[in-house]
Write a protein that binds this ligand. Structure first.
Ligand SMILES: [Fe+2]
Ligand SMILES: [Fe+2]
Length: 533
């Protein structure tokens, strides 16, 4: 927890005595997210073991008087084991841009209220400024007791601190609680304690992945995720599931791809036994073969919001860069992973083309893959995986297939997709498809739903993999050394009339497939550049 307690001297929050308060309202799992405007607003969030009494944030910058902000509670009761989780969110507005703030979080029944948990953060700069962000998805927890957790997730969090970004993008599949359905709150707690080492010092901006979907936790299964994260409002009936924020000349758009993908990849009961929620929950056993399939859950609201957001961005000449975050992949040639999803290609890639999205950052396949800049698609060139019959996979078209002479990719000509799924799970997927005859990259493509089906063994169910394949003519670079790494992005705003650039340095953790390691080494440096608006 270095940095969390060392950031500043303890701030005294409650001068009076709060001994009357009962229960354990001690803050833990502290994490930051941006508010509506990252230059002036931040949300500080935490969880406590029992309901907090007078939960609050005390905040101070060097040049200003301290302020106290009351935190709001978001509680939910896990629909599988009946445990109630108490989370708190202190929303702070009116901050100074590019300024460091020290803070403490506490409550009247904080067992450490005389020396509460303290940390510090920095607000985003105002205007066209340089800044750094980092990204990966698919983190899990360091507690190897949980399915898909691995000690590498600890190293991944510390890697973010090593590169000290302004903020981090966490591309879905946060902790895989839904693979541990009788202990979901405990998995989330291990995740929250692990990420605190970085997320209490700089915002971590998440998007939901298929492993945030949980049985009996809200209409689409996101109750645990939405209780823990207080994210910029999108003005729709689905707050927190998609959002945007603006820093300098970059617009960041975070999406919930579960809404448009074909793949059936939410939680599933494999059988032969049903999954029985704890008796106190009042929920009946969930029969084998049940899955949660969220395709179409917003009935188009998310795509309409995305188009409006992109339309506005097109009119705003102070926006040079549009960076999209989502969990699942439109362009992935992982051999053993999920592959590419036609649902994203249908719903969103035409919008990315029309409005010039520069970068798309994903996870889902636990590897690193970078595409060439792509625009538009070839029709009818995919093949059915079983029969070889022609299938329209909407194969994305690369606009270049070699490094341009100046060494920089012009993303105003095409969108670059990056898979950064190497956070820290126990399941690296750094093997990639190849055509057995030509040796060229081959991608699996999911073009229709793969619902659970009886798999032949007594009473068990499973889901098929991708139904189609295509030549991955869009695949530029794949990391075959390891399934773990972190993307470090440095934005240079450039000067009026000149170029602006984003430099990606991808660092990978070689050997982590066998043994957890803190050693992240540079794999490749890629520069994206375009004329400044
Ligand atoms: Fe994952
Ligand atoms: Fe996933």
């Amino acid at each position: 927890m270095t940095g969390v307690t060392a950031a500043t001297a303890p701030l005294s929050i409650f001068a009076g005595d709060a001994d009357a308060a009962s229960g354990d309202g001690t803050p833990e799992q502290v994490h930051l997210t941006w508010g509506e405007d990252p230059a002036t607003s931040v949300v500080v969030s935490w969880v406590s073991p029992e309901p907090a009494v007078q939960p609050s944030l005390r905040l101070k910058a060097a040049a200003s008087a301290p302020r106290t902000v009351a935190a709001l509670q978001r509680a939910y009761t896990d629909g599988m084991n009946g445990q109630t989780v108490y989370s708190y969110h202190a929303r702070v507005d009116g901050l100074e841009p590019g300024t460091e703030y020290h803070y403490a979080v506490t409550a009247a029944n904080d067992h450490h209220r005389h020396e509460p948990l303290t940390a510090s953060f920095r607000t985003a700069p105002r205007g066209r400024a340089a800044f750094r962000f980092t990204s990966f998805g698919d983190l899990s927890t360091p507690n190897a007791h949980w399915i898909l957790s691995s000690p590498q997730s600890r190293h991944a969090v510390l890697a973010v601190e090593r590169f000290a970004p302004l903020f981090h993008l966490l591309n879905g599949d946060l902790c895989y609680a839904n693979l541990n359905p009788t202990a979901q709150p405990a998995v989330w707690a291990d995740f929250g304690r692990n990420v605190q080492a970085s997320a209490s010092l700089r915002p971590w901006m998440p998007c939901p992945g298929n492993h945030e979907v949980e049985f009996h936790n809200g209409p689409q299964g996101y109750a645990a995720y939405l209780a823990r994260y207080c994210l910029p409002d999108n003005g729709t009936a689905y707050p927190g599931l998609w959002y945007r924020f603006r820093i300098g000349s970059a617009l960041f758009i975070s999406l919930s791809a579960d809404d448009v993908i074909y793949q059936d990849c939410g939680p599933m009961i494999g059988g032969p036994e049903p999954l029985s929620p704890a008796p106190g929950t009042g929920h009946a056993p969930i029969p084998p073969g049940t899955s949660i399939y969220n395709r179409g859950y917003s009935d188009g609201a998310q795509t309409r919001w995305l188009e409006q957001t992109l339309e506005q961005a097109a009119k705003d000449e102070t926006i040079d860069w549009i960076i999209v975050q989502m969990h699942q992949d439109a362009l992935s040639s992982a051999r053993d992973g999920n592959g590419s999803d036609k649902g994203i290609r249908e719903a969103w890639l035409p919008l990315f083309d029309r409005y010039g999205v520069d970068l798309v950052l994903c996870g889902h396949d636990h590897d690193y893959e970078r595409s060439w800049p792509v625009r538009g698609c070839h029709h009818g060139v995919g093949r059915d995986a079983a029969t070889g019959a022609a299938v329209d996979t909407l194969q994305p078209t690369p606009v270049v297939t070699s490094l341009p002479a100046d060494g920089r990719f012009d993303t105003s000509r095409g969108t670059v997709h990056l898979i950064l799924g190497g956070g820290g799970t126990s399941s690296p997927l750094d093997r990639y498809g190849a055509d057995p005859e030509t040796g060229r990259p081959l991608a699996k493509v999911i073009t229709r739903r793969n619902p659970p089906v009886p798999d032949g063994a007594a009473g068990t169910w499973s889901r098929a993999g991708a139904d189609a394949v295509e030549d991955a003519i869009w695949s530029a670079r794949r990391d075959t050394d390891t399934g773990y790494g972190i993307g470090v992005f440095d934005l240079d705003p450039g000067v009026p009339g000149g170029f602006t650039s984003i430099t990606l340095r991808y660092y990978h953790a070689v050997g982590a497939d066998r043994e957890p390691t803190s050693n992240y080494e540079l794999f490749e440096t890629v520069e994206f550049a375009k004329r400044r608006r």
